[in-house]
Design a binder for this molecule. Structure first.
Ligand SMILES: CC(C)(COP(=O)(O)OP(=O)(O)OC[C@H]1O[C@@H](n2cnc3c(N)ncnc32)[C@H](O)[C@@H]1OP(=O)(O)O)[C@@H](O)C(=O)NCCC(=O)NCCS
Length: 164
């Protein structure tokens, strides 16, 4: 029984009602994602969500877990950044770009289509196509994922400069 939960702390009454539970969950999955990507500290945490305009999608299994209280399977965090981008010809343009900021599925659930459920939901929700997204240092797994599900196998490497 999989559900996508949209976490937007600024709007969500639920988030304020169960703040402690939610922050514990976000901090834990944020850390798990960081470890999976070999990062020193998490990109996603309850505090960071509170102070940002980022959009977080959580894939949950409502009846999962030992006590059947539900569990979180994965996360996908999106956000807009004003970036200087280079096209294939090396021409530079400044563009407000939708970026994949964090993407993680729990190790026990990888390669079972969960990442695809999250990603597809986000694409529809945000009305974008996969090739329009910017990704900061995509992992090998993510590159394989993009190739498999969206036929994207030609990346245009960037030296990202964020505009102030
Ligand atoms: C990237 C990630 C979110 C994909 O989630 P997922 O649930 O495994 O994705 P799906 O099941 O929908 O798609 C599976 C496809 O993703 C790619 N993939 C997933 N795990 C992989 C692995 N260990 N090695 C190579 N490719 C992998 C493959 O293309 C795979 O298809 P295949 O099993 O037929 O080879 C997940 O692998 C993950 O959390 N990785 C660790 C964190 C990470 O790298 N995040 C990206 C940050 S830039």
């Amino acid at each position: 029984e999989k559900y996508i939960l949209l976490v937007n702390p600024k709007l969500s009454y639920c988030f304020s009602l169960c703040y402690h539970h939610m922050s514990e969950i976000l901090d834990k999955i944020g850390w798990a994602s960081a470890v999976a990507q070999g990062l020193q500290k998490p990109i996603t945490s309850a505090l960071k969500m509170q102070n940002s305009e980022h959009i977080l999608y959580l894939l949950t299994d409502r009846t999962g877990g030992l006590k059947k209280h539900g569990l979180v399977i994965g996360l996908l965090k999106m956000g807009w950044k004003n970036l200087y981008l280079f096209d294939k010809a090396g021409k530079c343009v400044q563009k407000n770009t939708l970026c994949v900021l964090d993407f993680y599925v729990h190790e026990s659930m990888q390669r079972q289509g969960c990442g695809n459920i999250l990603f597809e939901h986000m694409l529809q929700d945000m009305n974008v196509k996969a090739h329009q997204l910017a990704i900061d240092k995509p992992s090998q797994k993510f590159l394989c994922f993009l190739n498999k599900h969206y036929g994207l196998n030609q990346i245009v490497p960037q030296n990202f400069f964020e505009s102030m």
